[in-house]
Ligand binder design. Structure first.
Ligand code: ADP
Ligand code: ASP
Ligand code: MG
Length: 411
């Protein structure tokens, strides 16, 4: 009997009516003869509320207790969906991460999956039960403490479970009917993609398209899990297939640019008049790395006077103050003239495997931004994407400009 994982995000389980609707989707697959594992998120907004309470409790909270609190949202929805399925006459039971067990590292708040023992779930399937699994949570084997997989982590739970139980498919149900050329909430002309290559989806997710958590795409790629993004708002009796995330060989018609993503979570730091000599970059970036601060774009500008240089780089907004404090504490050592920072920035990116074989793709964007009066603060490029850092006020204009420029607008 073929196995299937069905994952439902927060909006899809936001209230009892929606949970009943989810149960109808599950019923369809059970009646089609599948052994089904369902992975659920917390109700929409719940995790944010829980995180808010933790922050109210203490600014320097114990991360193990953070996980104890935020993992609870998924406990509620997994139990509720099991109850509703049973009420419909479908045999079902809930599974918390620790009961499976879904083992993780001890990096509380963003733990990585270390392994999943599918034995208990197998037993449940043999009993003819639907497994309703609390997403987002696991357990650290040595300490026995609850862990969570980082925001959006239920996607990763779902793909990892699909790999562990040998599911033929992992369906990620959400509030849009697939992966679009860009966030359809910003660009109404965004088009749904039939298929997206793993590499492109990985870039889109890491560059801000939160429709899938980055790690879920990594796992799908490594374990070759056939993963679809589809809508829970479709008629359960007549659903649409959504978007398949797959190998690039499966995609017949390759565009140069497949999608546009944006990330609002960017802050910029500039160190003025840094000595232009070996060892300076290490003096700046090693302490930041040791503090687990992810530095993204880096630009070094040397002026005519070659004894000093300006170094500009970006960090996630959440780490901005910490990064500033670390660098201010090392002002004498690094020997810079001044530290300047800017917060309200956004990184807009264009992604596409076709960029590998086409020159001048980014240059067209520079020209288009110039015509719209959008100033570019930093640029990074790689084989299949480029990213431009701009003022957040221009986000929508920039995303729409790139979307039209690369021919992605729906007719
Ligand atoms: P869930 O709660 O189901 O996990 P999320 O809010 O995490 O849902 O992800 C779905 C949202 O991702 C959509 O509502 C959409 O606004 C956003 N999104 C961003 N970029 C894209 C994209 N390229 N395609 C589809 N959705 C996108
Ligand atoms: N509820 C968690 C979050 O909001 C996990 C998820 O929804 O995927 O981040
Ligand atoms: Mg999500």
């Amino acid at each position: 009997m073929a196995r299937l994982v069905m994952k439902f995000g927060g909006t899809s389980v936001a209230n009892m009516e929606r949970i009943r609707n989810v149960a109808q989707h599950v019923r369809r697959e059970v009646e089609a003869g599948h052994q089904v594992a369902v992975v659920v998120s917390a109700m929409a907004g719940k995790t944010n509320e829980l995180v808010g309470w933790v922050n109210e409790g203490s600014k320097l909270y114990d991360p193990r207790e953070y996980d104890a609190v935020v993992a609870s949202g998924e406990q509620v929805t997994s139990g509720l969906l099991a109850i509703v399925l049973q009420d419909m006459g479908i045999s079902a039971r809930s599974w918390q991460g620790w009961q499976i067990p879904l083992l993780t590292s001890d990096a509380h708040g963003s733990a990585r999956i270390a392994g999943i023992d599918g034995k208990n779930l197998d037993e449940g399937f043999k009993r003819g039960e639907v497994a309703v699994i609390a997403g987002f949570q696991g357990i650290h084997a040595e300490t026995g403490r609850l862990t969570t997989l980082g925001r959006g982590g239920s996607d990763t739970s779902a793909v990892a479970i699909a790999a562990a139980i040998g599911a033929e498919r992992c369906d990620i149900y959400t509030d849009v009917d697939g992966v679009y050329t860009t966030d359809p909430r910003i660009v109404p002309k965004a088009k749904r993609l039939e298929k997206v290559a793993f590499e492109e989806m990985l870039e889109m997710a890491s560059l801000g398209a939160k429709v899938l958590q980055v790690r879920s795409v990594e796992l799908a790629m490594v374990h070759k899990v056939r993963t679809y993004v589809r809508s829970s708002f479709d008629d359960p009796a007549n659903p649409t297939p959504g978007t398949l995330i797959c190998d690039e060989e499966e995609i017949m018609e390759q565009q140069i640019v497949t999608g546009i993503a944006y990330s609002k979570d960017e802050a910029q730091i500039t160190l003025r008049r840094v000595a232009d000599k070996p060892g300076v970059a290490a003096a700046i970036f090693v302490p930041l790395a040791e503090a687990n601060i992810n530095v993204d774009m880096i630009i070094q500008v040397t002026s005519d006077n070659t004894t000093t240089t300006d170094i500009t780089f970006t960090v996630p907004t959440a780490d901005f103050e910490r990064a500033k404090t670390i660098l201010e504490g090392r002002k004498a050592e690094i020997a810079y003239g001044a530290l300047e920072g800017a917060r309200d920035l956004v990184k807009v990116s264009a992604i596409g495997i076709g960029m590998r074989s086409h020159a001048g793709v980014a240059a067209r964007a520079f020209k288009a931004f110039a015509e719209k009066g959008i100033n570019i603060r930093a640029i990074t490029t790689s084989e299949i994407k480029f990213s431009l850092l701009i003022d957040a006020a221009y986000t929508e204009l920039a995303v729409r400009t790139l979307h039209s420029l690369y021919g992605l607008d729906a007719a």
